[in-house]
Design a protein around this ligand. Structure first.
Ligand code: AMP
Ligand code: MG
Length: 420
């Protein structure tokens, strides 16, 4: 398959405006352009959590392998339903079957998960019976075939349980183990290199001089990347020096599949990244109609994908979650891409918002005393206030067309934390 170059892709977009690209269009451009990694490796099942499957997982046999009981009770044949009493002739435990064949008028005691013996097809719950010696009295008659789990009911032999593209979760590891499979083929880990730019930045451990700040973006990025399960390559802080920036960018592009930088992409005097990128590679878009997060650069340097994130600490996180995360998952081979669900909640405070751009305000989602979900913004929404991200448990997503909103308006929220 021949792939469109960046420039071909852009020329197809009639309304492409590099100075103000709508959020949805920017996402689509990235997705159309990125090609997932191809190389795979084999891993022990236990090491595969969070990795993306590269081949089908086919069930070698039926799950469960035998018809078995869903209850603690007594196994009987449905022909005997209606008899007031039956004779108990044995017991079947999980892992220790009853090997005989039931005759008319007979039953066995059976435990949950035990194999249904020959001559039985129904299980009656223990609670609906009375036992005297080896006689079972039936208090309430069962329905034919009640409480039986059938062989292959969960998964049939030869059935594909997972397709390539599945990012493995804890339940998946268990399901694959239940098939007796101990090794899986997954895509190799994505390598992501990043560095911070700015003459004002110093690393932890050094004393701050006037006008200097500690580099926090590298820690945020490290955390977000590690959470995604990529190989993280931290290239440190680079000052606002074109030669050094260029050298670091080139080096990064040879050791990683993806390069991320923070800072230096606005239009300030010392913001050299755009010029360097135009020289070294290709730039697709530069400013997105969003807040925080404008500007955001995407392009290529050599074979590596490049994302130039803004310098402001909140903007780094918002652009990462809204663009980079999905792009990385796509490159890691995940299909289909997980959709970020949006929920509606009543905002209990007024919201200040400019129409014409998408805003991702930080919010705190809470349930009122009736259990209805409500949200309030975290206060100061400045893109340098990282505490707003720490306090928030959701983004309040305000579409382009929306302007100022009074208290009590229904808004869309995107929850930051999932259960899995
Ligand atoms: P820039 O995009 O380089 O103009 O940076 C925008 C703002 O973000 C400035 O106030 C920078 O000092 C700040 N900033 C840039 N990089 C970092 C960083 N790595 N850690 C914390 N703040 C940063
Ligand atoms: Mg800077």
């Amino acid at each position: 398959m021949t792939r469109a170059t960046l420039n071909q892709l852009i020329s197809c977009q009639d309304d492409y405006d590099p100075n103000s690209l709508p959020v949805l269009q920017a996402r689509k451009l990235i997705r159309d352009y990125l090609q997932p990694i191809q190389r795979t490796e084999k891993l022990a099942l236990k090491s595969a959590l969070g990795r993306v499957l590269a081949s089908d997982i086919l069930s070698p046999h039926n799950v469960p392998s035998h018809d078995n009981s869903a209850m603690d009770g007594f196994a009987l044949h449905s022909r005997d339903i209606g008899n007031a009493s039956l004779t108990i002739v044995g017991t079947a435990y999980a892992g220790r079957p009853y090997t005989g064949t039931l005759q008319a008028g007979q039953c066995i005691r059976i435990m949950t998960g035990a194999v249904i013996p020959e001559g039985a097809d129904t299980v009656i719950m223990q609670e609906r019976t009375e036992v005297t010696g080896d006689t079972l009295s039936i208090v309430e008659q069962p329905k034919p075939q009640a409480n039986v789990r059938y062989a292959g009911e969960d998964i049939g032999a030869g059935q594909a349980v997972f397709a390539p593209g599945r990012m493995l979760r804890a339940a998946d590891l268990g399901l694959i183990a239940s098939l007796g499979i101990g090794e899986v083929e997954v895509y190799r880990k994505l390598r992501v290199a990043f560095f911070s730019t700015g003459d004002e930045l110093v690393s932890i451990g050094q004393t701050l001089q006037q006008g200097q700040i500690y580099d926090s973006n590298r820690y945020t990025l490290h955390g977000m990347l590690e959470r995604l399960g990529v190989d993280v390559i931290d290239l440190g802080v680079v000052g606002d020096d074109p030669a050094q920036l260029e050298a670091t960018l080139l080096h990064a592009s040879t050791v990683a599949d993806v390069v991320l930088t923070s800072g230096g992409v606005s239009v300030g005097e010392a913001d050299f990244m755009k010029q360097i990128l135009e020289k070294l590679g290709q730039v697709v878009f530069w400013k997105i109609a969003m807040k925080p997060g404008r500007p955001l650069a995407y392009g290529k340097v050599g074979n590596a994908h490049y994302f130039g994130l803004p310098g402001n600490p909140v903007a780094v996180m918002v652009t990462f979650y809204q663009f980079v995360r999905e792009a990385l998952l796509h490159l890691m081979g995940q299909t289909p891409l997980p959709s970020q669900p949006l929920f509606k909640a009543i905002c209990v405070e007024p919201i200040r918002k400019l129409a014409g751009r998408t805003e991702f305000q930080r919010g705190i989602l809470f349930a009122d005393e009736d259990g209805h979900w409500q949200v309030r913004p975290t206060g100061n929404q400045g893109s340098g206030i990282l505490r707003s991200m720490s306090e928030a448990n959701c983004f309040i997503v305000l579409e382009d067309a929306v302007g100022n909103l009074p208290a009590g308006t229904e808004v869309q929220v995107q929850v930051l934390e999932g259960i899995i």
